[in-house]
Design a protein around this ligand. Structure first.
Ligand code: ATP
Ligand code: MG
Length: 349
């Protein structure tokens, strides 16, 4: 589809983890390399990251480069994808302000992802900043600024896309046909669309600290796997175990390939055989965790090695971001012009 425009986004609130990898990055890089689009963007959403980290600007700044390194090391290619920093495209803030008129407070409060995040954040217990509540509007600005019609993302982003389309329809019905609707593309496997945390929490998240990071050393990975939550009722090896609410098995179902079984656990042909044995009883957690560790080590080693190489030349990474941001800004400025013209804000034209 030649008129396909793709936007992907990551908040620089921490280095990226294996949830991002299977829920977003693998997909995004495959889409990038398939090449059937007219433009693809990769946004580092620092302004959005500040909505719940406004008291820690150093953290957001530091993670812009971390996230850029992560993206490059999993295969984002600046020749194919325009990588840019959100706050350096002020047109996005301008669009957000105009879209705010089109969304009610009640609608924002109903967004299930935002609702869940607010409930989880202790720092909002004494009051919710307007900036956080309204971040879905700023996401609508990001998407529409680049005329993106495809957003690949995990399932937590579905409510944002729905809100974006509501804004698009409302804008077009009041001011005329300027904005285009957008579609979310999620990973094929629902498990990959929301990988649970190492602690058993429903979502692995930088903000919850229950992650295995792409940049983790071999020792870090081994320690994190060793201390992972499993089935708390699976006490003795012979006990029957649960695999569906067990992050060790969920990770294996997402990451373990037939060649991993052949190399590290040849007694089992595939995931189904391993899971069946655990459920029946007679398979211990230590053995399964050892296998998961081997699978993750194999998967993450090449990424980490590329990352270490890229990290030796940070000025080049920054220059790549500067060039991408400049390109992105020119596109967003065209959209802002069209939006303001439609809203009759073009006094000096
Ligand atoms: P934060 O807690 O700061 O929001 P995050 O871990 O949710 O961080 P984001 O930058 O908000 O990360 O998400 C970037 C992309 O990664 C989105 O497409 C999101 O759907 C996807 N994603 C994030 N966490 C997971 C996960 N645990 N499993 C699958 N996909 C995920
Ligand atoms: Mg998030």
């Amino acid at each position: 589809m030649a008129d396909k425009i793709i936007l992907t986004g990551i908040r620089p609130t921490g280095p990226l983890h294996i949830g991002h990898y299977c829920g977003a990055l693998v997909n995004n890089v495959a889409i990038q390399n398939a090449g059937d689009y007219s433009r693809m963007y990769g946004m580092i959403a620092d302004a959005q990251g500040l909505t719940d980290n406004f008291d820690d600007p150093e953290k957001v700044r530091r993670n812009v480069i971390e996230v850029a390194l992560d993206m490059l090391s999993v295969g984002y290619d600046p020749e194919k994808t325009t990588l840019f920093i959100q706050s350096a495209v002020p047109e996005l803030t301008e669009l957000t302000f105009y879209y705010m008129n089109l969304v009610t407070v009640a609608r924002l409060q109903r967004n299930p992802t935002v609702k869940g995040e607010i409930a989880q954040k202790e720092k909002f217990a004494n009051g919710l900043p307007v900036g956080f509540l309204t971040y879905p509007i700023s996401q609508a600005a990001d998407i529409t600024a680049f005329r993106a019609n495809v957003v690949p993302a995990g399932d937590d982003q579905a409510p944002m896309i729905e809100q974006t389309n509501e804004i698009v329809h409302k804008f077009n019905s009041i001011y005329g046909d300027v904005l285009s609707p957008v579609k979310i593309v999620m990973p094929d496997s629902s498990l990959a669309a929301r990988l649970p945390g190492t602690d058993g929490n429903a979502k692995m998240s930088k903000s919850l600290g229950n992650c295995i990071y792409l940049k983790d050393s071999a020792d870090d990975i081994a320690t994190r796997v060793k201390t992972m939550f499993t089935d708390p009722k699976h006490l003795r090896v012979e006990d029957p175990g649960n695999t569906t609410e067990n992050p060790v098995f969920i990770y294996l179902s997402v990451f373990a390939k037939p060649e991993h079984f052949a190399a590290f656990l040849p007694e089992y042909k595939d995931y189904a055989e391993l899971a069946a044995h655990y459920e029946r009883g007679g398979l211990g957690d230590v053995k399964v965790k050892k296998f998961l560790n081997a699978v993750l080590q194999e998967t993450l080693r090449p990424i980490r090695e590329r990352r270490e190489m890229l990290a030796r030349d940070i000025p080049s990474v920054m220059e790549m971001l500067r060039v991408g941001t400049e390109r992105a800004r020119a596109v967003a400025a065209e959209t802002v012009d069209a939006v303001k013209r439609a809203m009759k804000l073009n006094y000096f034209e």
